[in-house]
Design a protein around this ligand. Structure first.
Ligand SMILES: Nc1nc2c(ncn2[C@@H]2O[C@H](COP(=O)(O)OP(=O)(O)OP(=O)(O)O)[C@@H](O)[C@H]2O)c(=O)[nH]1
Ligand SMILES: [Mg+2]
Length: 166
């Protein structure tokens, strides 16, 4: 998969990264230890609108200032691997708590897209998210999903396909 564009899934623990990973990738998934650590990294191939991408599921993290081994691995991966795109996943029920990490990532100037996941649960709680406003404020593409329900995946693929670094 060496010459495929790499898409990293990042986010805090338990936001749905691995469910998204499984939705995007088909067969050819490999799980390996990140060198010198006990941290598992899953890699898989995704065929998105005529193009193959490599998708990397990273361990959940709370901050880019690494404290845990997982956070250190994710930070190394992002800074070393020249991502085509970092798809940062947040929990739509807890957007306020999630945004500081999204802002930290934006500061790195990595190519970034925000996925607001768990929208089924957020909507059930009466939470509405103004996607266009969020895009305007953050300056990155925003996609709303409910990955466990397979909702929003078509739009996510479309935005990945259309992604051009500004
Ligand atoms: N209701 C709902 N549940 C979801 C959604 N996406 C994921 N989940 C559930 O949330 C839990 C966590 O999902 P994971 O994909 O394992 O989360 P993760 O971000 O990979 O977590 P870490 O690997 O620990 O960082 C699982 O029980 C999923 O089934 C969603 O859109 N809606
Ligand atoms: Mg996971």
């Amino acid at each position: 998969m060496a010459n495929l564009k790499k898409i990293f899934l990042t986010g805090m623990p338990n936001v749905g990264k691995s469910v998204l990973f499984n939705r995007l990738t088909g067969a050819y998934v490999t799980v390996s230890n990140y060198p010198g650590t006990t941290v598992d990294i899953s890699c898989g191939k995704a065929y998105i609108m005529g193009e193959n991408f490599e998708i990397i599921d990273t361990p959940g993290l709370y901050t880019l200032m690494p404290i845990t081994e997982e956070e250190r691995v994710t930070r190394h991966l992002l800074l070393k691997e020249a991502p085509f795109l970092v798809v940062h996943v947040v929990d739509g029920k807890n957007l306020r708590r999630m945004l500081p990490l999204a802002l930290q990532l934006r500061e790195t100037e990595l190519p970034l897209m925000l996925v607001v996941n768990m929208m089924d649960e957020a909507r059930a709680l009466g939470i509405a998210i103004n996607k266009l406003k969020l895009e305007e404020i953050l300056g990155v593409p925003v996609v709303l999903t409910a990955a466990a329900q397979n909702k929003g995946m078509g739009e996510l693929r479309g935005r990945i396909h259309a992604y051009r670094r500004i």
